[in-house]
Design a binder for this molecule. Structure first.
Ligand code: ADP
Length: 248
């Protein structure tokens, strides 16, 4: 294992009824990096992301996280090891406030029963921890707003706060900027930069200007294979990458 690596995939392959969506991919994510996975539509990004987060089982290949083989582990088990995928928006409880959502995520991490919350002292301790996480994502003034009443961008920030409640060492973000207005993109970019200070981030992202400004390492996929790897300056000049995007 490469000493700087936190996550390594070797020979990762996923076939769907004979169609090879991810084809013998080797990927190394360095500890502390913001690593982006890009590529034209149909390149296999979502499939690879689902393999790495254990939402899909690979046909062949292996995945190691912090030196440990996680190839056959379940998402909940790898979350306990510190590798966490951001929740889908639907996993945020719409009728609960931002604060309550984060508190429940903290509760999930501890695996406590609901009875536990009947203690006022414990409740106030976790409320203040939840408030701290909301401050980290810039949602302090929205603590008491129901999740369903938050703007799209703020819902995503809340989703990141509930993910941070699990105290991950590595965060996997699935298109964090999807469907966002420019103002939200700037806010979430600043947030990702901030939370990356003591964490590793791997994200699938379509918005190439976001990828250019945030990532220090980029893997370009095309037709299920790694086409190029490097920083943005390098991959954006690569003729094979240009051709894959134009030809897509
Ligand atoms: P991307 O995220 O880069 O757009 P995907 O990983 O979604 O690409 O898809 C890669 C290829 O695998 C596509 O051709 C897609 O149709 C195919 N694919 C993805 N999921 C399935 C599935 N469950 N069954 C069959 N084919 C699939």
């Amino acid at each position: 294992m490469n000493s700087g690596a936190i996550l390594e995939a070797a020979g990762l392959t996923k076939e769907f009824k004979g169609f090879v969506a991810v084809n013998n991919v080797n990927l190394t994510v360095e500890r502390g990096s913001i690593h982006a996975l890009i590529g034209p539509n149909g390149a296999g990004k979502t499939t690879l992301f689902n393999l790495l987060t254990k939402f899909l089982q690979p046909t062949h290949g292996a995945i190691r996280y912090q030196g440990r083989d996680i190839t056959r582990m379940q998402p909940a088990d790898i979350a306990r090891l510190g590798l966490v995928r951001s929740f889908q928006i639907s996993a945020v409880f719409p009728h609960m406030t931002a604060l309550e959502n984060v508190r429940i995520a903290l509760q999930r991490r501890r695996g406590d029963s609901f009875d536990f919350w009947r203690s006022e002292k414990v409740l106030s301790k976790f409320n203040s921890e939840a408030a701290g996480l909301l401050a980290d994502v810039g949602l302090t003034e929205f603590s008491d707003v129901r999740a369903s009443d938050l703007s799209y961008g703020r819902k995503r920030a809340l989703e990141i706060a509930t993910t941070l409640a699990l105290n991950p060492e590595m965060l996997l973000l699935d298109e964090p900027m999807a469907g966002m207005a420019q103002q939200d993109i700037e806010r979430i970019s600043a947030l990702i930069r901030r939370i990356s200070k003591n964490r590793t981030i791997l994200m699938v992202e379509h918005n190439l200007s976001v990828v250019a400004s945030l990532s220090n390492r980029i893997t370009v996929l095309a037709r299920g294979k790694v086409l190029a790897e490097g920083d943005y300056a390098a991959v954006s000049k690569d003729p094979r990458v240009i051709e894959a995007y134009i030809g897509a």
